[in-house]
Design a protein around this ligand. Sequence first.
Ligand code: FES
Length: 151
Amino acid sequence: MEKIMYSEKVMDHFSNPRNVGEIENASGVGTVGNAKCGDIMRIYLDIDGDGIINDCKFKTFGCGAAVATSSMATELVKGKSVEDALQVTNKAVMEALDGLPPVKVHCSLLAEEAIHAALWDYAEKNGLKIEGLEKPKADIHEDEEEEQEEY
Ligand code: FES
C-alpha cells in the first residue's frame, strides 16, 4: 500500500488544532456525520447583528484529516459574512492546507457540511434566507458512493 503523505500544514492543524470547543448560546450549530467511517463533526457559529461571523468553534469525533480541515475551515470563516462563508468549500480548505491525500478528501466534506448546517440553523432561528445555501444533509456518506468505489 502506498504511504499516505500529509502536508506540513495538515500536520500542524492536526497536532495543534485551532478553535476547538463550544460556543454557549451559539447563533447556529450544525452537526453532520459520515455513516461510513462513523466520524462526526459539530460546528458552532457566533454571528453578530450585521451577519458577520465573530467566532467559530468545532468539536469532532473524527479522523486526523477531519480535525485538520475543520481547524482550517473555522479559521477561514471567522470574520466573514455568512454569504462569504459559503465560499469556504472543502476545495478552498484543502488548498489552504496545501492539499490532502485523495483517500482523505471526503473527510474535508464534514467541515464544509457542518458549516452549512450551522448557517442553516442560524437562518432558521432568525427567519432568514441565505442565498445559495441548501438544506444540509445530516449524513454526507450518500454522496460519496461514487467517489469511494475505487477503494
Ligand atoms: Fe471519517 Fe476522515 S475517515 S472523516
